[in-house]
Design a protein around this ligand. Sequence first.
Ligand SMILES: *[C@@H]1O[C@H](CO)[C@@H](O)[C@H](O)[C@H]1NC(C)=O
Ligand SMILES: *[C@@H]1O[C@H](CO)[C@@H](O)[C@H](O)[C@H]1NC(C)=O
Length: 313
Amino acid sequence: MLKIIWVFGIFFVCTWAVHITKLATEVTVVDTELLPNEHLNLKGTKKLSKSNIEHIILKNCSGVIDGTSLKHFPKLHKLTIWRSDIRSISTIFPINNLISVGSRLPNLDEQLQRKLPKLQTLFLIGNKDFEVDPYVFRKFKSLVALYISEANFTETCITKEWFKDMGQLEELSLSDNNLDCISEDAFNNLKVLRKLDLTYNKFTTLDKKVFKKLTKLENLGIYNNNIEDFDINFLDSQRKHLEGLGISWSMLSNLDAESFLKLLPKLKWVSFGHEEMPNDFQAGVFCQILRQHSVNCITDSVFGVSKILGYSL
Ligand SMILES: *[C@@H]1O[C@H](CO)[C@@H](O)[C@H](O)[C@H]1NC(C)=O
Ligand SMILES: *[C@@H]1O[C@H](CO)[C@@H](O)[C@H](O)[C@H]1NC(C)=O
């Protein structure tokens, strides 16, 4: 009897394993042209059941996404476009996650927004000749994470209008977009924001109230801007929650480490950017004192993600 159960068990495990391979939920499509009114051709992946696919990765593909292209993928909720050339998206496309890196794709405007009504995460890094109308952000009502880098913004001063009705946004990265100013109330609607990346832009000043309403912020990146006269006390509102800070050494060099630690008691790490640590005796001393309080000076991979990926155009 035991033997039978054992054999049956093996059989069950084997068929289960077969099922797992059949249930692959992700497929990568390479060097393929998406033609109008044609189903996406999954060459060489016949064994995959289209009905289980949740994530399609287009690599070096081109063409159009219309009502026919992806209609046989009922569970599809994530699309990654990698170094591809997508000329148009002409159908309502109810995916939750869109990632596009180093590609050509339609500009982010109202027309594109209407095609993507269910997005929760939008990740647009290093796309070519890519224009962004920031007034459409707020129309993505379900957006939780928004990352845009190396885009051509139609306006370069961040205002509150951009993020109206985005009360559920938790992560915002606007790194490396030539943005040059921020109104003092710009982030006031982002009540649950946990991460804010403003690195690699052209900000020269920050208003002392700009982070004040961000009561959940854990990671803030502002290095690689031209901010002078930064008063660290502007971060006073962050004392109960800020854990990671990306800031240029020049913005801290007039400050002693003890007062810095006192200002931000929840801090776990500080990053001065992606380059090596500043070759500056003072910075070394500063970081040593931080370390004695279990705060590390690190080279982070949290901010300026497009710089790490190396998609600078
Ligand atoms: C991308 O696809 C095109 C056409 O399908 C092909 O000619 C080219 O070699 C591919 N490039 C790379 C880098 O794979
Ligand atoms: C950005 O957009 C503006 C307005 O459409 C255009 O004049 C400019 O050439 C664009 N710049 C880049 C780098 O694409």
